[in-house]
Design a protein around this ligand. Structure first.
Ligand code: T3D
Length: 258
């Protein structure tokens, strides 16, 4: 049982709901540490082959709990180092795909945690705010890394400096997220996607994610070398054998994730 997160595992999928709806699911220390623990669990549990992250209530997440941040209990650097940096590292390095369903406003660290997912859907009622500049902070939670890579330097600069609210449709057309979904269909779409992923060749997806993580910093040659190495690994999996045989036998493959 967790205090500020609802967690459930079912049919190969880990369902994670940020759960402080009265405060728009903003992060206090407990919630940040709980999310870290669950992400570790998802990484280590072989039965889990896809993760779904969503918010309870009308928001996805309003970032750092500003009451806690100003309580004098914590240094700001400590919050970033111990709460957000590990969350982003754990999501980006998780060996299973992370589907994010942004059900409402995603602000500050909440926006950047959403954007660190592998496949990000947003409700047509959702919005994204790089809220940091409005309170005199710099964008954290990997925002200065991921946002320019998603939408380019110019748009990232404007969003981060102005702190403007972006609608879900604007976010989709800029390339911030994968797709906008009608609010009432958001969860079912995200769950169907997680279900699909949980039946796919998990090892190959994990290797794909590693390659994508490195693709903006490696040279072409380094990336080609890694593709050779990882294809060799993928080619030695059960799921490769199964995928090829299923194709040749004109049937649906049954992947084990190995
Ligand atoms: O230590 C550090 O700070 C370093 C780490 C930084 C990481 C960060 O995330 S910095 C950015 C922090 N987040 C923000 O600045 C966003 C603050 N929230 C807002 O701007 C607005 O709440 C929203 C635009 C997200 C939503 O607006 P709206 O009008 O839909 O809702 P609301 O009325 O503002 O909020 C509803 C309640 O949630 C309200 O409480 P109340 O009046 O009902 O008792 C509000 O105070 C509370 N709430 C929302 N966000 C936070 C919060 N309480 C504490 N911290 C919050 N971040």
């Amino acid at each position: 049982m967790y205090n500020f997160i609802k967690y459930q595992k079912s049919k190969g999928i880990a369902f994670i709901y940020l759960n402080r709806p009265d405060m728009l699911n903003c992060f206090n220390k407990t919630m940040a540490l709980e999310l870290q623990e669950i992400l570790d669990y998802c990484d280590n549990d072989k039965e889990i082959r896809a993760v779904l992250l969503c918010g309870e209530g009308r928001a996805f997440c309003a970032g750092q709990d500003l009451q806690e941040a100003t309580s004098g209990e914590f240094e700001i650097a400590e919050i970033v180092r111990n709460h957000y940096n590990p969350i982003i590292n754990k999501i980006r390095n998780l060996s299973k795909p992370v589907v994010v369903a942004v059900n409402g406003v995603a602000a500050g660290a909440g926006a950047n945690i959403a954007l660190s997912g592998d496949i990000v859907f947003a409700s047509d009622k959702a919005s994204f705010i790089q809220a940091f500049s409005k309170i005199g902070l710099i964008p954290d939670s990997g925002g200065t890394y991921i946002l320019p890579r998603l939408i380019g330097l110019q748009k990232a600069s404007a969003l981060m400096m102005l702190g403007d609210k972006l609608t879900a449709n604007e976010a989709e057309s800029m390339g911030l997220i994968y797709k906008v979904i009608e609010h009432d269909n958001l969860l079912s779409t995200a769950i169907a996607t997680a279900e699909k992923l949980s039946n796919m060749p998990t090892s190959a997806l994990a290797l794909t994610k590693k390659l994508l993580n490195l693709s903006f910093t490696n040279t072409l040659q380094e990336q080609l070398n890694l593709e050779e190495q990882y294809q060799d690994l993928a080619g030695k999996t059960h799921d490769y054998q199964e995928g090829v045989h299923a194709f040749l036998e004109k049937r649906e493959p049954i992947f084990r994730g190995e």
